[in-house]
Design a protein around this ligand. Structure first.
Ligand SMILES: Nc1ncnc2c1ncn2[C@@H]1O[C@H](COP(=O)(O)OP(=O)(O)OP(=O)(O)O)[C@@H](O)[C@H]1O
Length: 616
């Protein structure tokens, strides 16, 4: 450890002590760097006297992080290249980090690779506050603000030669997804030397956000708005994406700021922002906002027609859910396209149609597969317990909370997927809390003052039509728009063309089906869908003794339904009577000849209405 490192550590320790005291008096008193040092010590348990080398993720893990941000990386690439050309001559490097602080893209001088790698200015470096202390990427992620962490602003004395300027990147849903960072191994001492670097990073970040929105919403209408006509074509100020019904589906951070009076702008109708019908608004070159206070130069980008669904290869984990049913395959192709996005997904389908089964497969196929899958049935947990189950609580925070803190299921799903079944049954006040979790990516356990960061993807399902719940005032519309970032619809079993495949899957080679039994299964309407089919087959497996499931082995509900009162039953009746007569009504002998058990034969007799002759 050199002298300047020792001095730095002493300074951090003294500042944190001082700030801790000051914070008691004035919680808002500390600046961003000092606030971060405090978080490092008090929240992340870091010790400034323990120097940490830069951490670089192994290639396998890095690949996963890169894949998760594939769409953004693809869109950002030209902008990153251009920015690097501007900064490279001055000795700077460029990093694109994901929301966990991992550098997933890197542009730097190959001649300085060894020093850059050692300093962590390299692909795969982990720059979260929790691991590396105060640093531009980590602190930008923690504060959701652009920040320069210059030399001794760093918490860890290892990093004090560096200067780093980072800008958070938000997607069109307002979620912080990445950080753009410009760094250098050495720099002049005054922090003002970094002012222009920060300006460059901010300008490029804004362009990347806009390009990402235009790419992601290419199938929507996008309204470009500017207050200044000269720059309108070059750099529009606000971007607002709308679906075909005129509902806001995405917006850039500037537009979000403009609409800050609406805490949850997604889902707002265009008519809430501008007077007049959508068809007219989208073709008007100058717009006045609904308050009549602001005028904009406007231009509309028309939706690109979606590419044919057949162009997508199904993810194998999702492909395993279908035996080739065209309706389901189409939904699975759509789901495959959603895997890498962070959109929350609403899964629709009748009871028992496999919504939870699908949700598990989706989680397994998604980049979150290493994280947990937590399923919650909102209707099965009493409303009085649901809140603490979901959000967790501190000891003694309500009567019955007990003396121990409890981690909620939302936090249990950290880094993974939360499946909220029967979400339509969630009480309204809890919907408000859930909305906050989704929009802020923070959860506040009951009784806690400080929210805690969470990173979850929510898949939800409901047998209530949610639009109707909204119309009845029982479900928050803004929450619905959050949850249905995308929808997947699972067809009912009666419409599926792959029932034979499903049957084979569920039987898993444990028995075969007679033709008649198969026919009954295929003809039945299956109000309970896959669950009912599974139960019927389990029942039949328990009943059948010969390794072949006969019609009689199926549950009664299947054998006595209208579509399957087989016209063949007269023939069957006659054939069975003939057989019984030839063996003189010896049930065991008849069963042997038919290759079925006596029990099955008795059930068959009962169904066909054949009475045994009275014993003499
Ligand atoms: N793809 C599948 N392959 C085999 N069995 C399946 C499949 N999908 C669902 N099942 C069976 O159907 C049952 C019901 O599935 P699941 O619980 O996913 O339905 P659901 O739509 O979530 O039901 P609910 O609406 O009642 O919540 C499962 O327990 C499983 O036995």
């Amino acid at each position: 450890m050199n002298l300047s490192q020792r001095e730095h550590i002493a300074n951090v320790v003294a500042s944190v002590e001082q700030a801790t005291t000051a914070q008691v008096l004035n919680p808002q008193g500390s600046d961003a760097v000092q606030a971060s040092w405090l978080r490092c010590v008090n929240h992340h348990g870091l010790d400034p006297s323990r120097l940490q080398e830069a951490r670089i993720l192994p290639a396998g893990q890095l690949r996963e992080h890169r894949q998760q941000l594939e769409e953004l990386r693809f869109v950002a690439q030209p902008g990153l290249d251009k920015l690097y050309q501007q900064i490279a001559p001055a000795g700077y490097i460029l990093l694109l980090a994901d929301a966990q602080g991992v550098a997933v893209d890197y542009l730097g001088d190959v001649n300085a690779e060894i020093s850059l790698r050692r300093a962590g200015l390299f692909l795969g470096a982990q720059w979260s506050e929790a691991l590396s202390g105060t640093c531009a990427v980590g602190t930008a992620l923690a504060t959701r603000q652009a920040i320069t962490i210059h030399q001794t602003d760093h918490f860890d004395a290892t990093h004090i030669p560096l200067t780093c300027s980072a800008v958070p990147l938000f997607d069109s849903q307002g979620d912080l997804q990445a950080v753009l960072d410009i760094s250098a191994l050495t720099s002049p001492q005054p922090r003002t030397s970094q002012h222009l670097v920060m300006q460059l990073a901010q300008q490029q970040a804004q362009k990347i956000e806009n390009a990402w929105l235009l790419h992601r919403h290419r199938h929507d209408w996008v309204l470009k708005l500017s207050r200044n006509p000269a720059w309108h074509d070059i750099e529009p100020e606000f971007l607002l994406a709308f679906d075909a019904h005129g509902r806001l589906t995405g917006l850039n951070p500037a537009a979000r700021h403009w609409l800050k009076a609406h805490p949850q702008p997604l889902g707002l109708p265009l008519s809430a922002l501008f007077p007049g019908p959508m068809e007219q608004l989208l073709y008007t070159p100058q717009l006045e906002d609904i308050s009549g206070q602001q005028r904009f130069y406007a231009q509309t980008i028309h939706p690109v027609r979606p590419t044919p669904a057949t162009g997508v290869t199904l993810s194998p984990k999702l492909a395993a859910l279908s035996g080739g049913d065209p309706q389901l395959d189409q939904q699975l192709r759509r789901a495959t396209r959603l895997l890498d996005s962070s959109l929350h997904v609403l899964v629709q389908g009748e009871t028992g149609s496999g919504k939870e089964y699908f949700a598990r497969a989706f989680h397994q196929a998604s980049p979150r597969c290493k994280g947990p899958f937590v399923a919650v049935n909102c209707a099965a947990i009493p409303a009085s317990l649901l809140e603490s189950e979901l959000f967790g609580h501190l000891p003694g925070s309500f009567s019955g909370a007990g003396s121990k803190a409890r981690r909620g299921l939302i936090q249990a799903a950290e880094g993974g997927t939360l499946f909220l079944d029967e979400i339509g049954d969630m009480p309204l006040e809890m919907q408000t809390r859930l909305l906050r979790v989704l929009s802020e990516q923070e959860v506040t356990p009951i009784g806690a003052r400080q929210p805690q960061k969470v990173d979850i993807r929510v898949l939800s399902a409901s047998h209530h039509p949610l639009a109707q719940r909204v119309a009845d005032g029982l479900f928050r519309e803004d929450l619905l728009y959050r949850l249905q970032g995308a929808c997947v619809h699972l067809p009912p079993l009666r419409e599926r063309k792959d029932i034979n495949w499903l049957i084979e899957q569920m039987l898993a080679g444990r028995a075969q089906l007679s033709d008649r039994a198969r026919q009954a299964l295929v003809n039945y309407r299956w109000p309970g869908n896959l669950r009912e089919l599974n139960h019927a087959l389990q029942y039949a497996l328990a009943m059948c003794e010969s390794g072949v499931i006969e019609w009689d082995d199926l549950p009664d509900t299947l054998c006595f339904v209208a579509p399957f009162q087989p016209p063949a039953s007269d023939d069957q009746h006659e054939a069975l009577l003939r057989q019984l007569r030839t063996v003189h009504w010896n049930i065991s002998a008849a069963a042997r000849q038919l290759g079925i058990s006596r029990m099955t034969l008795y059930r068959r007799l009962q169904r066909l209405g054949i009475q045994l002759p009275e014993r003499q």
